[in-house]
Write a protein that binds this ligand. Structure first.
Ligand code: CP
Ligand code: NVA
Length: 307
């Protein structure tokens, strides 16, 4: 049996494959918005494992599979045997005999890798402590829709050096843009496996104003990611001064976009005037989770299509 193709981190696909996926997502989006039925995945099933909360990821995968003619099943730790200690290797063997693709949102990246290593079908990372590749797929698709190619552009990341920031950094190396990251001391972005990250596409700061100089896109995220709730109070203090404000946006390029993967906390990591203002594309980002992932699922299951 040939090995399935997985999507566990952003660097699992090549730049050429991303070029295909971005244009394919736009085809599928146009088709969906014009009301055209397109159902290449009739009879196909996705198992979705959620060990953390979700609104967008769950709905975008479930709606996307339904639109493609397939079906998605929701499993969580509370009501499945996953939460009662069944080894992830056994879960992978069982799920991959009954489904055509598996999506997982969990804590450690290593668990996703163990799942994939024992799966007969493609595994998609729907967020781990370390990465959130499906979100960056949607974010870059959104950038392209609004401003064209992201190659040569500058993205400023303000706040936590978290799963989103680390995935942006993989994308910067692969797709040829610059990432400037401003974090508080102690919350800097750490990379995990050197080969997936480039040095010349990355600059680290502690001052948000320095990071947004020359930025074409300013992005942020919650100060406390899922799984880090015990640190919330310490983080609130450490991240004082890291809110994306109107003043900060004015220090970026005049046509800079604002992105946030959501859920957002107005008055914490982003001012209401920014997220609800004219530079914000957060609702397009959320919608594009579905269109980008439809292209991804179709590609992992059927390969490149011309129609
Ligand atoms: N952005 C994102 O992944 O949202 P959810 O946590 O709602 O899935
Ligand atoms: N960094 C956030 C993203 C949520 C979509 C988290 O991991 O909780």
């Amino acid at each position: 049996m040939s090995q399935p193709r997985h999507y566990l981190q952003f660097s699992d696909l090549s730049a050429a494959e991303y070029q295909y996926l971005f244009q394919r997502a736009r085809v599928l989006k146009r088709r969906q918005l014009s009301g055209q039925l397109y159902q290449p995945l009739v009879g196909k099933v996705m198992s979705m494992i959620f060990e953390k909360n979700s609104t967008r990821t769950r709905v975008s995968f479930e709606a996307g599979m339904a639109q493609l003619g397939g079906h998605a099943m929701f499993l969580d730790g509370k009501s499945s045997q996953i939460g009662r200690g069944e080894p992830v290797e056994d879960t992978a063997r069982v799920l991959s005999r009954m489904s055509d693709v598996i999506m997982i949102r969990t804590f450690e990246q290593s668990l996703v890798e163990r799942l994939a290593a024992n799966s007969r079908v493609p595994v998609i990372n729907g967020l781990t402590n370390e990465y959130h590749p499906c979100q960056i797929l949607a974010d870059i698709l959104t950038y392209i829709e609004h401003r064209g190619d992201i190659r040569g552009k500058t993205v400023a990341w303000i706040g936590d050096g978290n799963n989103m920031a680390r995935t942006w950094l993989q994308a910067a190396k692969l797709l040829g843009f610059k990432l400037k990251v401003a974090t508080p001391v102690g919350y800097e972005l750490t990379t995990l496996d050197g080969e997936h990250y480039g040095n010349d596409c990355y600059e680290a700061f502690h001052n948000p104003l320095s990071a947004v100089q020359g930025a074409d896109l300013v992005a942020t995220d919650v100060f406390t990611s899922m799984g880090y709730e015990a640190e919330a109070e310490a983080r609130r203090q450490a991240f004082d001064g890291y809110m994306v404000t109107g003043e900060l946006m004015r220090a970026a390029n005049p046509d800079a976009l604002f992105m946030h993967c959501l859920p957002a906390h107005r008055g914490e990591e982003v001012a209401a005037e920014v997220i609800d203002g004219p530079q914000s594309v957060v609702w397009d980002e959320a919608e594009n989770r579905m269109h980008g992932q439809k292209a991804l699922i179709e590609y992992l299951l059927l390969g490149q299509l011309e129609d």
